[in-house]
Design a protein around this ligand. Structure first.
Ligand SMILES: [Zn+2]
Ligand SMILES: [Zn+2]
Ligand SMILES: [Zn+2]
Length: 202
């Protein structure tokens, strides 16, 4: 029997929403340092570090709920199972997959298809790879609106929200003032912490 020590890790970056892939060997996990894979945007990483002799901690920031998540992974499980998935406890979306290359790729593809279905159900299928971020941003904007924190400089609270592929356009239905929120602004971590949006006011 030939034992395959190579493993693949795939995760969704919490900052930019892209999927990042990395390869490692089970031997690389033997040291104290463990391994980590970084997204090309430089804003996030996923790490696997030793937790005692027989298990590991898998840690990453969550693209869905913005919190850091920590999972325990037994060495046995990692060695034997073709694919281990790590989901956000808030929503059943796979954030990361670790295992054999083929199985990980397949699992991520399936997960992408599932996310696609959710986006379709929300009428956001045109946002493509920005889908999850747009969904989150829209949720945030609706949240602000419900709490009276979305308004126009003219005083109006009747705001039209249009989600495009790379931006969200907010338009006041009274005076017509527009505010465009670019995807790069949404990708910045501060967006989810905004306490109010006032259109036409910088
Ligand atoms: Zn990224
Ligand atoms: Zn989460
Ligand atoms: Zn207005």
């Amino acid at each position: 029997m030939v034992i395959d020590f190579d493993r693949t890790i795939a995760y969704r970056c919490a900052a930019c929403g892209e999927i990042t892939y990395g390869d490692f060997s089970l031997f690389e996990l033997s040291g104290k340092k463990g391994i980590s894979v970084h997204c090309a945007c430089g804003e996030s990483n996923i790490s696997i570090t030793a937790d005692g002799r027989t298990s590991f901690n898998v840690e990453l920031d969550c693209v869905i709920c913005d919190s850091p998540h920590k999972y325990s992974l037994k060495f046995d499980t990692l060695a034997k199972r073709d694919c281990n998935d790590f989901q956000c406890p808030e929503v059943g979306v796979g954030l990361a997959f670790i295992g054999k290359n083929k199985s990980v790729n397949m699992a991520m593809e399936e997960s992408e298809a599932m996310v696609g279905d959710v986006l379709m159900a929300c009428g956001l299928e045109h946002t493509g790879k920005n889908g999850i971020l747009m969904l989150k941003a829209l949720d945030k904007i609706q949240d602000l609106s419900e709490n009276d924190n979305l308004k126009c400089h003219c005083g109006s609270r009747v705001i039209d929200i249009e989600v495009r592929e790379n931006e969200i356009v907010l338009k006041c239905c009274v005076c017509g003032t527009k505010s465009v929120i670019d995807i790069s602004e949404i990708k910045k971590n501060g967006f989810s912490r905004l306490s109010k949006i006032i259109i036409g006011q910088k």
